[in-house]
Design a protein around this ligand. Structure first.
Ligand SMILES: Nc1ncnc2c1ncn2[C@@H]1O[C@H](COP(=O)(O)OP(=O)(O)OP(=O)(O)O)[C@@H](O)[C@H]1O
Ligand SMILES: [Mg+2]
Length: 374
């Protein structure tokens, strides 16, 4: 059982710069939380402070409601698995997994039983007598996880544990970890800069930037309602199209004027909220997947799209081009493979469109939500 709470937690290393700044976060018991963000944004530092491996400069860390700022790591009963999972090379898999328990003076029979149970759970039971040198990367990773599991910690902190693995193994381990979380029901905090891991693994994503926690929410919540252009860009692949434009109220409602020849009307549900930005420069955010080759809904707007490059990926096509001389990237189904230099009609779904403040990049609030997909 472990709920973890950070209250205004900051970290300054010797260089006097904030690595983590005023982070407020409540992690529920049993929750699977993902820390996502670019290199250097403070993910590992936050994790290390939770584990007790790094001191807290200011603020408060609570585990199960108790302040643990000065509690030693071993007394927090939290297991950490790092990207570089240092296994002892001279010990067998079984010895590596049981080492922590042995150091705590656990009886040999108990250790043997726990190691056997955990090994069976992780599919390592045939490998218990091997040394790490004779294991694949994925197997070593599972031994490192197993070593954490046998300790029966109250929470797991995982710092990019899969980044050394190839794409296929990563995908397999991702599924294994999700199952493991369901089975153990323990609190897990998982650091990654991989968007797919973030979207698929956790109950909640916490996005960090320059030491700040920028936004937290369920993966789909954050995807649908990014707080700013940074979050919108981070959770979009290929990146979201961010286009400077001017909001204007016309007889038929609010449109976005991209330039002299291109206007896009905002969706009906957002009309009332966006009226107040009349005449203001704003940034339009529209994801590549919100352009379509066929009009499946009457409110999707036709645009003339001039193709400048095509990336045929097999399952889908990423197409780069221009609308009224403005560069856009769109994502089309595999049956739509336009040729470079051609001009095609695409249909833009205005529902998932976002407007951002052109200076701060913060989302411009709208109270209404898009209608649910039919
Ligand atoms: N021991 C240290 N002394 C001084 N600065 C540090 C130390 N460790 C980390 N930092 C700085 O703190 C900031 C956050 O580092 P951190 O390791 O938490 O980033 P991260 O989000 O985990 O990045 P990555 O994705 O590259 O692992 C960085 O600017 C880093 O240079
Ligand atoms: Mg890190």
């Amino acid at each position: 059982m472990a709920s973890i709470e950070l209250r205004q937690v900051s970290k300054i290393y010797q260089n006097n710069q904030y690595s983590v700044r005023d982070v407020d976060l409540k992690i529920r018991d049993g929750e699977f939380v993902i820390f996502l963000g670019p290199s250097g944004c403070g993910k590992s530092t936050t994790l290390r402070m939770i584990a007790g491996l790094e001191s807290i400069t200011s603020g408060e860390l609570r585990i199960n409601g108790q302040n643990v700022n000065h509690v030693a790591p071993r007394d927090r009963n939290i297991a950490v698995v790092f990207q570089s999972y240092a296994l002892y090379p001279h010990m067998t898999v079984a010895e590596n997994m049981g080492f922590g328990l042995k150091m705590r003076g656990t009886a040999t029979g108990v250790i043997r039983q726990k190691v056997a149970e955990t090994a069976a759970m992780l599919g390592l039971d045939q490998l218990l007598h091997r040394k790490p040198g004779a294991l694949s990367g994925g197997q070593r990773q599972r031994v490192a996880l197993g070593r954490a599991i046998v300790r029966e910690p109250q929470a797991f902190l995982l710092d990019e544990p899969l980044s050394n693995l190839d794409a296929q193994l990563r995908a397999e381990m991702r599924t294994e970890l999700i199952k493991l979380h369901r089975r153990l029901g323990k609190t897990m905090v998982y650091v990654t800069h991989d968007q797919i891991e973030a979207m698929t693994m956790g109950d909640r994503i916490c996005i960090m930037r320059d030491g700040y926690l920028v936004q937290s929410g369920t993966p789909l919540e954050v995807y649908a309602n990014p707080a700013n252009t940074f979050v919108a860009r981070f959770l979009s692949s290929p990146p979201i199209n961010l286009i400077p434009c001017v909001a204007r109220v016309w007889a038929n409602g609010v449109s976005l004027e991209l330039n002299d020849t291109c206007r896009l009307r905002v969706a009906d549900y957002a009309q009332v909220d966006y009226r107040r930005y009349d005449g203001q420069p704003v940034t339009l955010g529209i994801r590549p997947e919100d352009f379509h080759a066929r009009q499946l809904n009457a409110n999707w707007q036709p645009v003339m799209f001039k193709v400048t490059a095509v990336e045929a990926l097999g399952a889908e096509n990423i197409v780069i081009g221009t609308i009224a001389d403005i560069r856009f990237v769109v994502r089309l189904d595999r049956h739509t493979l336009p040729s470079t230099g051609s001009t095609i009609t695409l249909y833009m779904d205005p529902d998932p469109l976002h407007l951002f403040d052109s200076l701060t990049g913060d989302v411009l609030p709208r109270r209404a939500s898009p209608p649910l997909a039919s």
